[in-house]
Design a protein around this ligand. Structure first.
Ligand code: ATP
Ligand code: MG
Length: 393
């Protein structure tokens, strides 16, 4: 049931924190007789006083009608057409209200019917993500009792949680993403359904899971998020090899790396570095058992083979379409570590020709994480930064 709440000092949303182009787009749609709202994560974040990552707009205008109003508009998507309105490098997503599946638990295979404003709110995943904001009236349109849940800091599915998770199991991963990110508590029924339906995640398309995971890796909460993934059993289901090899010390080391990477102030989180945080402790373990325990020191080519094997077993086997450029970047970051700090502790890291490689800064950033844990790494990090800065002059 609709409730329209005019915002006051209790729910401050400052017009200044809303993207000026998003406001223009909404005003224009409304001037032409359509309804248009800010929706989803943008509204949630504004109410929580967090800078939104994106400003999505939902409207009663159909895709062709949107296109007719904006010259800088491109329609994308085959089954459900969305409008992308471009302002310089920024793209605003404008979608026509659509209906969702609300009555049965079958896996959603299509999500492409136009719907009413209310249906559009009800098809969304969590109550905190189902709010619409009308900037002209300065009001929240709440069909899902989301405002109350934001006030009480509660994560709750819209509708029956078991049904909503079975329709689209990726919602379970989104749930723990929000738990890690905004630290709300999960409402009891939602939590019960989560725990009972963990296995359903295997029915989701690996590409969608990977897409959601990549987004999370860029939000500075990866350490917290992957602890929750472990606790609920998702790591074991989605990354069986990684989960069985990461134990005791290596797991602790991974979390220490992730915490350091999440905490870096000067850099935006980078997903290849974060993935290297998982694989580096495993690579160290593998080098130890395959070579060092046999009193052998592997050369760089042998380390490269071990790295490739590791990436295949842990990432590509569960996610066959894991992007090739990312595999190569992660391998580069990992292998460069053995050039910065050769396995023979008497040797110093040598300047190498890959310093001119465009991914070199990522490898150096990873050495920066290692430098918090080890004096030798700290020394080499300082040295390579100096060499690198000089070479830029
Ligand atoms: P983030 O801040 O990470 O972008 P978000 O909630 O904005 O979080 P998006 O992926 O940008 O997530 O999705 C925008 C909105 O679309 C969500 O707020 C939610 O309303 C809806 N949504 C996204 N994924 C789903 C899903 N799997 N099922 C139902 N609704 C979804
Ligand atoms: Mg978003």
């Amino acid at each position: 049931m609709l409730s329209k709440i005019f915002l006051d000092s209790k729910h401050p949303i400052s017009e200044k924190s809303i993207d000026a182009d998003a406001l223009k787009v909404m005003h224009r749609l409304k001037r032409h007789g359509y309804s248009a709202y800010l929706v989803g994560g943008g509204v949630r974040d504004l109410l929580l006083n967090i800078a939104p990552k994106d400003f999505d707009i939902a409207t009663s205008a159909k895709p062709d009608e949107i296109k007719a109003l904006f010259r800088n508009c491109l329609l994308i998507g085959k089954r459900f057409r969305l409008a992308h309105i471009r302002f310089g490098s920024k793209v605003l997503e404008v979608s026509t209200f659509r209906s969702g599946q609300t009555k049965d638990s079958n896996l959603i295979t299509h999500d492409n019917e136009f719907g009413t404003e209310e249906e559009d709110a009800l098809r969304r995943d969590f109550t905190i993500n189902g709010l619409f904001y009308d900037p002209q009236e300065h009001a929240i349109i709440d069909y899902v009792k989301g405002l109350k849940d934001i006030e009480n800091r509660i994560l709750r599915t819209i509708g029956n949680p078991t049904m909503r998770f079975c329709q689209d199991p990726v919602r379970m991963i989104r749930l723990i993403k929000f738990q890690a990110r905004i630290d709300f508590s999960i409402e009891a029924e939602t939590k019960k359904a989560l725990i009972e339906n963990i296995d359903e995640i295997l029915k989701s398309s690996p590409d969608r899971i990977l897409g959601e995971l990549f987004k999370i890796l860029e939000t500075k909460v990866s350490s917290k998020f992957f602890k929750l993934m472990d606790e609920y059993g998702f790591t074991h289901l989605l990354f069986p090899q990684l989960s069985s090899s990461l134990d005791g010390d290596s797991k602790e080391l991974t979390h220490r790396f992730l915490e350091l990477a999440d905490g870096q102030e000067i850099h935006q989180p980078e997903k290849n570095i974060l993935l290297a945080c998982f694989l580096y402790p495993l690579l160290e373990k593998k080098i130890q058992s395959t070579y060092l325990d046999q009193d052998k020191v592997p050369h760089l080519g042998e380390i490269y083979s071990l790295t490739k094997e590791l990436i295949t077993d842990t990432l590509v086997t569960p996610f066959p379409r894991f992007p090739r450029w990312m595999r190569e970047t992660i391998a580069f970051i990992l292998n460069a570590q053995y050039r910065f700090t050769p396995l023979d502790p008497k040797k110093r890291g040598r300047k190498f020709k890959l310093m001119s490689h465009k991914k070199f800064p990522l490898a150096l950033r990873f050495l920066g994480l290692r430098s918090f844990m080890n004096d030798r790494c700290a020394q080499e990090y300082g040295r390579f930064r100096r060499i690198n800065n000089r070479s830029k002059l």
